[in-house]
Design a protein around this ligand. Structure first.
Ligand code: SF4
Ligand code: SF4
Ligand code: SF4
Length: 222
């Protein structure tokens, strides 16, 4: 199946927040009141070469101040000692379905968008108390130096999904290391990948129900 990596989504105006919600054609056709999407991102460690294009695209798209990041890549040790044989891990908000950051926010600034179920921010309500930062077990939140509000990767909810595009990092990745879509749509590509690939989630035992999945690297010669 060929996927237009820039605009495989169509848009449908939905929800009380007035956000343009991306839905693929199947989901849109089947969309009835009460439909609950579950957007998931998959990072394939086997395909990531650590080029950093995702990181740059994220910062530019979301106007992240220099020196701050919504996402980064951690380079891990070589698997077999071979120089250059590195592996990378994406570090960003895990988009928990049970997000501690939302639970501890006293103002409702950190919240789950009711139309998409994506964890995002209402900057106007943020008082900078940092409770959400302390409450996040993944250490991926920060106070944006410009806005003075807490920030997390929200799958580009307002900057890309709102105009029917894939998240900036997914668009920027030329190595197909990032997959994004609605896991609750049985016809979505992401749903099919989750069905056939072994994926792992970080600290899922905490009950946070992260929606960032990882396809771990396949060790050569094992
Ligand atoms: S753009 Fe893709 S290959 Fe490059 S670092 Fe990001 S995820 Fe890895
Ligand atoms: S990873 Fe942290 S910031 Fe993201 S939803 Fe979970 S608790 Fe909130
Ligand atoms: S989904 Fe958007 S906000 Fe999240 S890492 Fe990718 S580009 Fe950044």
């Amino acid at each position: 199946m060929t996927i237009d990596r820039r605009k495989f989504l169509t848009t449908a105006a939905l929800g009380a927040v007035g956000t343009m919600i991306p839905l693929d054609k199947e989901a849109e056709a089947g969309n009835v009141s009460g439909y609950q999407p579950r957007f998931v991102m998959i990072f394939d460690q086997n395909k990531c070469v650590g080029c950093g294009a995702c990181k740059e695209a994220c910062s530019e798209t979301n106007n992240v101040p220099a020196g701050q990041l919504r996402m980064t890549l951690e380079r891990q040790s070589p698997l077999d000692g071979t120089p250059g044989n590195r592996k990378y891990v994406r570090v960003s908000c895990q988009q928990c379905s049970e997000p501690p950051c939302v639970r501890v926010c006293p103002t409702g600034a950190a919240h789950i968008d009711p139309a998409t179920n994506i964890v995002t921010m209402d900057n106007d309500r943020c008082v900078g108390c940092k409770y959400c930062i302390a409450g996040c077990p993944y250490n991926v939140r920060f106070i944006n130096e410009k806005t003075k509000a807490a920030e997390n990767c929200d799958f580009c909810l307002h900057t890309k999904l709102a105009i029917g595009e894939l998240p900036a990092c997914v668009q920027a990745c030329r190595y197909d290391a990032l997959i994004f879509g609605d896991a609750n749509n049985p016809n979505s590509y992401v749903n099919k990948v989750l069905a056939v690939k072994d994926t792992v989630r970080v600290r899922a035992m905490l009950g946070t129900q992260p929606n960032l999945h990882y396809i771990p690297i396949i060790k050569k010669g094992v």
